[in-house]
Design a protein around this ligand. Structure first.
Ligand code: NAP
Length: 264
């Protein structure tokens, strides 16, 4: 990989469309070489060619289904062995499956594999190298639905995992130069909605963000070292209040006896 301005290589999963494709554009623009991962090789190649031409960066492509154990391990091995990797954007994700009773169990499993297992294993693959080189970042794309279950528990549950995993990792790397960020997009205009069987235009226009704006804001949050970035949140103090209340709440969750209301 070339590295004339020493940014290193950004690995972006789910780079064939939507938010991941915007990350690819922005990070190439910032001077990163890229490794683009998704299933649709033709779309990855097309984007890679465009970015090589526009930004004169090295862009390689890994066609892989992150729900497939063999493909996932292949990606892990490739990125763990690449010392130029300085940034991992775990963006690939699947939505839908709102009602558990009628959910397709195999589709639900695929969602958990892509949204949770792949994100975890790919993080585990690059983290030792980042720590050894004491530089770089991991960006995990969660969702505001991490904090809301009214659209069903499966997708929301996967994204709650992403937030907790990332917050824990943020603590784990404290004191190093490795940054860790969870990004919580709200409704963002991509193919995601149609693929999940929903029409984004049923939502009020005022709550739909473009993928361009979402990624640009998330990158500002990353540069500031934020653990949790919520691009749509106007009043940042609400996040601090929420997280502070959660921490205070945790302080009251242990005792040597059950609370009086549970007396048999
Ligand atoms: N759009 C929103 O409103 C919204 C809101 C909150 C959070 N998010 C999160 O943002 C992330 C990106 O979503 P998006 O809106 O950009 O959706 P998108 O346009 O549907 O893009 C999803 C990307 O993930 C890749 N992907 C899906 N399944 C994969 C698999 N099995 N293996 C490898 N790659 C796979 C897709 O590529 P291939 O199909 O080529 O494999 C595609 O590049 C997701 O994690 C999503 O949960 C989106």
């Amino acid at each position: 990989m070339s590295g004339q301005d020493n940014k290193g290589t950004a690995v972006i999963t789910g780079a064939s469309a939507g938010i991941g494709a915007v990350y690819a554009d922005r990070l190439a623009g910032q001077g990163y070489d890229l490794v683009l991962v998704a299933r649709r090789a033709d779309r990855l190649e097309e984007l890679a060619e465009k970015l090589r031409y526009a930004y004169k960066r090295e862009v390689s492509v890994i066609a892989a289904d992150l729900a497939d154990d063999n493909d996932l391990r292949r990606v892990e091995q490739l990125i763990a062995a690449d010392d130029s990797v300085t940034l991992l954007v775990n963006n690939a994700g699947i939505g839908g499956q709102q009602v558990v009773a009628t959910a397709d169990a195999d589709e639900a499993e695929r969602m958990i594999k892509v949204n949770v297992i792949a994100l975890t294993r790919l993080t585990r693959a690059v983290l030792p190298g980042l720590l050894a080189r004491n530089r770089g970042a991991i960006v995990n794309i969660a969702s505001v639905l991490a904090y809301e279950t009214s659209f069903g528990g499966i997708y929301s549950g996967t994204k709650a995992y992403v937030v907790n995993f990332t917050e824990g990792l943020h603590r784990e790397v404290a004191g190093t130069n490795v940054k860790v960020q969870a990004v919580l997009p709200g409704a963002t205009r991509t193919d995601f909605w149609e693929l999940a069987g929903s029409d984004i235009d049923n939502l009020p226009k005022e709550i739909i963000m473009s993928a361009d704006d979402m990624v640009d804001a998330a990158l500002v949050g990353l540069a500031r070292g934020e653990a949790v970035t919520v691009p749509a949140l106007v009043d940042a103090s609400k996040l601090d209040t929420f997280l502070g209340a959660r921490q205070a709440f945790y302080g009251s969750l242990h005792a040597d006896k059950p609370a009086a209301r549970y007396a048999a």
